[in-house]
Design a protein around this ligand. Structure first.
Ligand SMILES: [Zn+2]
Ligand SMILES: [Zn+2]
Length: 170
């Protein structure tokens, strides 16, 4: 099944690629290169990095800038072209520092000034994940960052929402 997943994305199966794919599938959260280095002894950092880049170029995984300074990688949904309308929200837990793909929650369309055309978007919510919520009083900080750009313009919008009223999200 793992081999078939690689073949479906035009990636030649190798031992290391299969190991990396297994780790990504087994993980509940998105993984960083360092996470893989810690967990896969059979390959060095450079090989694992190349493997991630191959997966990313073949649309098997997507990279996530969660604002933590360490790029994470999450699996793409089958058939996902990673077009704007396919892009989902990511959630970064400030307690355990894990990053989740909220694949069922798409990035909402937002109004931007006339003349701007969105080509890509990155939305990261920050707060407390379900695994940590029982141990933290609810006081969430939600950080939303959206990049919208085309060849002529770069638009960077940041929202920072502090709220204790987000009980359902915390
Ligand atoms: Zn957490
Ligand atoms: Zn994701």
């Amino acid at each position: 099944m793992l081999e078939q997943t690689l073949k479906n994305n035009n990636i030649k199966p190798t031992t290391i690629r299969l190991l990396v794919l297994r780790k990504l599938i087994e993980s509940e959260t998105a993984l960083s290169l360092s996470d893989l280095v810690e967990n896969i002894e059979q390959a060095d950092r450079a090989t694992l990095y190349r493997t991630l880049k191959t997966f990313e170029n073949k649309n098997l995984i997507h990279s996530i800038d969660d604002g933590s300074g360490s790029v994470k990688y999450g699996l793409c949904a089958v058939g996902c072209g990673y077009k704007l309308q396919d892009q989902h929200i990511h959630f970064h837990c400030m307690k355990c520092e894990e990053t989740y793909c909220l694949t069922q929650t798409k990035i909402p369309r937002i109004q931007i000034p006339i003349g701007f055309e969105t080509a890509n978007a990155n939305m990261v919510l920050k707060g407390t994940c379900a695994n940590c919520s029982s141990t933290l009083q609810y006081s969430c900080i939600t950080f939303i960052r959206i990049f919208a750009f085309n060849e002529n313009h770069v638009l960077h919008i940041e929202f920072l929402l502090y709220g204790a009223g987000w009980a359902s999200m915390c």
